[in-house]
Design a protein around this ligand. Sequence first.
Ligand SMILES: [Fe+2]
Length: 399
Amino acid sequence: MPGERMMDAAQTPDFDTYPVAETVRTATTDGRILTLEWSDGLTSRYHAIWLRMNTCDPETFNLDTREITRSPLDLPSEVRIEKVSVRSDGAVGLVFQPEGHAALFDPGWLRLHDYSNGGRQDDAAVEKVHWTTAECPEPPTFDGSDILNDDSTFTAFLTAVASHGLARLRNAPADPDFAERFAGRIGVIRDNNFGRIWNVRVEPGSGSNAYTALELAPHVDLATREYQPGLQVLHCVENTTRGGRAMMIDGFRVAEDLRAEAPEAFRLLTTVPWHMSNRAADSDYRWNSPAIVLDQAGQIAEIRSIYFLRGPLNAPFDLVEDLYAADRLLHEKLLDPRYRMLFDYLPGDLMLFDNRRILHGREAFDAAEGRRWLRGCYLEREELESALRMAARRRRAAE
Ligand SMILES: [Fe+2]
């Protein structure tokens, strides 16, 4: 029977490696559940159907792509484990019935995906630090002079963005193409109607206050889009002006404090959508969203606050006044120096920040005195997460 062909070594359904810290001491089954006892005393349990769905062999997976080749309907509805063994190399061998299908499981993979004890933690997950300026008076800063070749500084920089929502490179090249080269090292740049790479400098008639010397109130970019960019790069090529300090605010910390101090205002800001609309002559992007977006677990997931691109509010009649009052509380906090980080851009500075968490803006500057030229682009959060997972994968492979 073809299913009884045993492979030489256990494969995993991905391209990762799973160093084995603990070994399987005993492996038993009642047919429906596989129970493993590990060398550190932990007991893990796996359903036969789960194991069969994750069997990694040429009959179930394309081992070149590691994509599943059999639909759930191709497998029996009632799966049983008939035999279980632990091989000398530590792999767990199973025979599934009614197919008589033999399969091997990598013990490190089984241990990491042990859903009976809480499941796999995302190895790119970084503990979030929601800051005020007392805890974080300036951006976490890293030397950018050799950042394109310096893997450990690159990873530390990305980790800071994941935890604090922002990080700064200092002494990076001030070349106009550096923003693109650096962003490309992280992942795929997100194109948009302002251009794949855009310039922030005084450009009369360009259709946005960003391209003047005016103050820019704290905001997130492209909140008028269904999917607001997750990351923003701003790179300073030139700055000989006075004023124009950058401001950055941890919107997650502001929202968290608002939740504690004014729960009813927080409830309105997380449930009643605003209408946001861009004002371009040649495009018409619109989106409706609460100013603070929660995920399914009720955690703060996204800030969508940009008052200068709001369209008319279209809310339930009885909520309108209370929503404006709640919005006032939010904007009072955005003015508060407790939350407002201020800093100057030097040529060669590059900021990477979470555009769905960090509000950014600037003070006005004097355009008659010199030139201020920033170059920027967008990426998605998933590019940062993928880059961090790849760094973790390289670390594990080297263990
Ligand atoms: Fe902006």
